[in-house]
Design a protein around this ligand. Structure first.
Ligand code: NAD
Ligand code: MG
Length: 399
């Protein structure tokens, strides 16, 4: 039996992970489930999977969860607080950690999984964006196994030989072709961007995802974060990665080799495929995803992204080029701006403006420790909030 901890169990990735695990109860045993405050959903999951531990980051929600457990006679132990996330990750019984918390809140627990030498299924791309080098060093130093859940990176991983960490030049990779759908506003006239509502932004044409990553997909900051993520995962720099818009989301990314071959991974846009792949790796298990019907599939298109339409993509590239804490700042400013947009305090087009402003205000430093990363993350959030306050005062109430 493989022991699994699912961090962010109540989110889109968490729920999909449990769906895959449910199909292989003889192989996987859930040791811990965690969530921020959705105690009702977590209670239902605990009733089904009977983990040893349930973590609620929010203390009041933990009390409510405990009450439900007592009433229903569920023996799962309830812990609360962010430190409890790290505690369950380190448990001896935990072999695999699904890191599926959204945003910077996932950093410490993802790092703890690396330090404990676990098999990490990394959905929380923000940890790599915030602290790429430090994170990869921990993975290497503690013999952890890092497997990407992001569909593109999982696809790239599948298209590479197992010795890819020797260096992409050594294994004959010419380029990584990172695909992206272009989000819901790929064809929206740019003049209409300032009127875009959160409801429109989170309605992704192909994927069903949490709100933050859905907005990131609409601005294409998601692809920017993924570009940075790919640089760290595959130890390469920006000029070996090309972003290709592929509106159908059937090809999940490709690797081009110097002999002219391109190897692609195709599949339904359903996160259970990368989750099942990483969970069972190097074996394969059934995921619940239906097979692609190649014959009745729509035509597949591949186009170059319009950088003017997606300023966040440019900002992510610039931050990666700057290096150090610039990507930490990018990520923090983006999180604050996306939340303000979701709260209808900020216009859609002002998400990129916030990120650009914060990157201009704070100089990049060497990301020499996690403390530095955490400090810079805080600082960037403060500056982003100040910018949003003044912008809101100028533009008035939203929508
Ligand atoms: P989601 O919003 O649906 O779920 C987020 C989860 O994180 C929830 O369980 C929530 O309780 C937990 N959480 C939120 N704030 C927290 C905090 N402060 N402390 C502890 N836990 C907290 O998000 P999602 O779409 O499942 O995405 C999760 C991660 O996976 C993100 O990093 C995202 O970029 C990445 N990802 C998601 C998809 C997708 O299809 N949804 C695809 C690729 C990558
Ligand atoms: Mg992705």
């Amino acid at each position: 039996m493989t022991g699994v901890a699912v961090l962010g169990a109540t989110g889109t990735i968490g729920v999909n992970t449990l769906d895959v695990v449910r199909r292989h109860a003889e192989q996987y045993h859930i040791i811990a489930l965690t969530a921020h405050s959705q105690y009702e959903r977590l209670a239902v999951q605990c009733e089904e999977f009977n983990p040893d531990y349930a973590v609620m980051v929010d203390e009041a929600a933990a009390d409510k969860l405990q009450l439900i457990f007592t009433q229903k006679g569920i023996s799962t132990k309830v812990l609360h607080g962010a430190e409890a996330l790290e505690k369950v990750v380190r448990l001896d019984d935990v072999d695999v950690v699904m890191a599926a918390i959204v945003g910077a809140a996932g950093l410490q627990s993802s790092l703890a999984a690396a330090q404990a030498g676990k098999k990490i299924l990394l959905a929380n791309k923000e940890s790599l964006v915030m602290s790429g080098k430090l994170f990869m060093d921990q993975v290497r130093d503690h013999g952890a196994v890092l497997l990407p859940i992001d569909s593109e990176h999982n696809a790239i991983f599948q298209c590479m030989p197992s010795n890819y960490n020797q260096g992409l030049d050594e294994i004959g990779v010419h380029k990584i072709l990172l695909t992206g759908s272009g989000g819901p506003f790929r064809e929206l006239p740019m003049a209409d961007f300032s009127n875009v509502t959160p409801e429109q932004a989170i309605a992704h044409p192909n994927w069903s995802m949490g709100k933050k990553i859905s907005v990131d997909s609409a601005t294409m900051m998601n692809k920017g974060l993924e570009l940075i993520e790919a640089c760290w995962l595959f130890a390469t720099d920006l000029n070996k990665i090309e972003i290709v818009l592929h509106p159908q989301s059937i090809v999940h990314s490709m690797v081009e080799y110097i002999d002219g071959s391109i190897i692609a991974q195709l599949g339904q846009p359903d996160m259970r495929t990368p989750i099942a792949h990483a969970l069972a790796w190097p074996d394969r298990i059934e995921s619940g995803v239906s097979m692609l019907d190649l014959v009745s599939m729509p035509d597949l298109e591949f186009v170059e992204p319009d950088m003017e339409r997606y300023p966040c993509l440019r900002l992510a590239k610039e931050a990666m080029q700057l290096g150090g804490t610039a990507t930490t700042i990018l990520n923090a400013a983006n999180e604050i701006a996306v939340q303000a947009f979701l709260d209808k305090k900020l216009n859609f087009i002002d998400i990129a403006k916030t990120v650009e402003y914060v990157l201009e205000q704070i100089a990049s430093r060497t990301a020499d420790s996690i403390e530095t990363v955490v400090d810079e993350d805080k600082r960037a959030r403060m500056v982003a909030n100040e910018f949003i306050e003044t912008t809101t005062m100028k533009t008035g109430a939203m929508h």
